[in-house]
Design a protein around this ligand. Structure first.
Ligand code: TEU
Ligand code: CA
Length: 549
């Protein structure tokens, strides 16, 4: 397997609004990130993925960009950005920016022009359609509730928006749009950034004629909009025009990409992307209409995803392993047992992330075991997705109580509460009241305490990252699944040349007797004390790594 820095590195995602506020306005910023770089260095990560910091009216927290060449005022200045990049590189770290080019903000100059008249030179930068029989052009729906079309009075036509009405979709079939995108990519790459995470990149090509969707047959919105007819043509063009001219990393947000078609995007013979973040495990509890239609699932179905993807990518593709980002509730609340086995389950999930094949991704705060926040009312939420869904529910007269209950496990805002740095006011995130509620558990769960305690989740992450770097087996080794299909135990082996390691995970809050040989072995890592680890029984949420030779 070809060796690359983006296979060996560990990604750390920063959600800038919630990382650290350096100037006391309650909003995280670029200088705040710069001040906290030693934290990332100490943790041992290599690649920072920065969620959008471009100019934006923040309808969707920066995923609605009004100027790709400017930094958001609330986050600082271009000088602040340049200094941040310089210090990141000075520490031997890399910076990957978010590339959000399926849509812009409606406040972007292109859209402001586009909406003016049907013959404006920017008209075809977006997707406009006249009413059909006095109504909508088709039956497409928005991720953020309601229809994907908005009527614009100036010209009496609708524009398409797969996300909010303030996020009009760009028309990638227009070569001028593509050239604009390549130009802005070069602008940031020429500054020296090390790559892009590409927001909903499988959505950029829309099918000819925009036919209606057969919603009854579509498992989720991602599948509905992904993999359009010219998506590979466009990504290959982007690769020829931009990507191949830089030593950079590309990671697509793979909404709607399945294991079966993944290598069309990331196969090393395709000239497209290095890897994608897929969602098979992240959407596992979502119904056809999304996260608020919560679905039950079994552990074996969750774990099977990891095996299936690794097999499908094979020698040609490359994967990513992550359990949380800014769009999902906290991983320990979701996949672990934050109430009863917070520390053990957070460590077990970390073990999975760092020992499977694929580039590991850590979402800010997961390294200290941040949990979901007990939001008390809809007013405490900030995210457009949940606010729109709540408004829609009220209009339909739905059950608000049960909606709020579901939001406690499903909302995106759980990932967006401020990073908890210490036990001072606002978790040490800001001296000002933050833009979103701080999790009230910050006196107990915070970075300072985590760094001080020898056996903390944070120090376990450090240990796992160091381990991953100490043996090529963790990056390039093959995986052999030893136990799967169980509702508790999962075990696999990673091997490379003469090295071989066994990973055993008890994904449950009950002790379980196991029959895995060797019953004893050289334990390298465990989330239990040495005298209780790796016995005849696996302890609740026990994670153990054994050296086999
Ligand atoms: O997310 C796209 C996406 O499809 C989701 O996972 C999304 O969170 C959706 O709400 C599913 O319920 C990306 C960004 O990561 C997200 O933050 C943006 O809101 C979205 O694109 C639009 O840019
Ligand atoms: Ca600030």
């Amino acid at each position: 397997m070809i060796q690359n820095w983006w296979k060996e590195g560990v990604i750390y995602q920063i959600y800038p609004r919630s990382f650290y506020d350096s100037n006391g306005d309650g909003i995280g910023d670029l200088n705040g990130i710069r001040q906290k770089l030693p934290w990332l260095k100490h943790l041992g990560v290599d690649i920072i993925w920065l969620s959008p910091v471009y100019q934006s009216p923040n309808d969707d927290n920066g995923y609605d960009i009004s100027d790709y060449y400017q930094v958001m005022d609330e986050f600082g200045t271009m000088e602040d950005f340049d200094r941040l990049l310089e210090e990141i590189h000075g520490l031997g770290l890399r910076l990957v920016m978010d590339l959000v080019v399926n849509h812009t903000s409606d406040e972007h100059f292109w859209f402001q022009e586009s909406r003016k008249s049907k013959d404006n030179p920017y008209r075809d930068y977006y997707i406009w359609r006249p009413p059909v029989n006095g109504g909508l052009p088709n039956n497409w729906k928005s991720f953020f509730s309601g229809d994907a079309w908005e009527m614009d009075e100036a010209t009496g036509e609708y524009y398409l928006h797969l996300f909010s009405r303030k996020q009009p979709d760009l028309n990638w079939d227009n070569p001028k749009v593509r050239e604009e995108v390549y130009q802005l990519m070069r602008f940031w790459l020429d500054k020296g950034i090390d790559g892009f995470r590409m927001d909903v990149i499988p959505f950029i090509s829309k099918p000819e004629g925009l036919p209606d969707k057969d919603w009854a047959k579509i498992p989720d919105y991602g599948v509905a909009y992904a993999n359009g007819p010219r998506v590979h043509e466009y990504i290959q063009e982007m690769n020829r025009e931009v990507i191949q001219h830089y030593d950079m990393m590309t990671i697509g947000e793979g909404v709607g990409i399945s294991a079966e078609n993944a290598n069309l995007y990331v196969g090393n013979d395709r000239g497209e992307l290095n890897m994608i973040f897929h969602f098979d495990h992240m959407f596992i509890d979502h119904g056809p209409n999304g996260r608020m239609e919560k679905k039950k699932y079994e552990l074996k179905d969750f774990l099977e995803v990891f095996d299936r993807w690794e097999n499908a990518l094979g020698e040609k593709g490359w994967g990513s392993i992550y359990l949380g980002n800014h769009d999902f509730p906290r991983m320990v609340s979701r996949f672990g047992d934050a109430e009863n086995f917070w520390e053990q389950s957070a460590k077990l999930l970390a073990t999975l992330i760092f020992t499977r094949k694929g580039t590991p991704g850590v979402y800010q705060g997961d390294e200290i075991g941040l949990t979901n926040t007990p939001f008390e009312s809809i007013e405490e939420y900030r995210d457009i997705e949940i606010l729109n869904a709540s408004r829609e529910l009220k209009a339909k007269g739905g059950d608000e109580k049960s909606f709020l209950k579901t939001a406690l496990t499903q909302a995106r805002d759980h990932a967006r509460t401020p990073m908890q740095w210490d036990d001072s006011a606002n978790g040490g995130f800001s001296i000002h009241t933050p833009w979103i509620k701080v999790n009230p558990n910050y006196p107990r769960i915070n970075a300072k305490t985590q760094a001080e305690q020898e056996n903390s989740i944070f120090n376990f992450y450090r240990q796992m990252i160091a381990l991953r770097k100490s043996h090529p087996a963790w990056v390039y080794g093959d995986t052999e699944v030893i136990v799967s299909g169980s509702d508790q135990v999962y075990a696999y082996q990673r091997s490379y040349e003469s090295d071989s390691f066994l990973v055993v995970l008890n994904f449950s809050s009950q002790a379980v007797r196991h029959a895995i040989s060797p019953a004893k072995g050289a334990v390298m890592v465990s989330n239990y004390a040495a005298d209780s680890a790796w016995g005849e029984y696996l302890q609740p949420w026990e994670a153990v790594i054994i050296r086999l030779n």
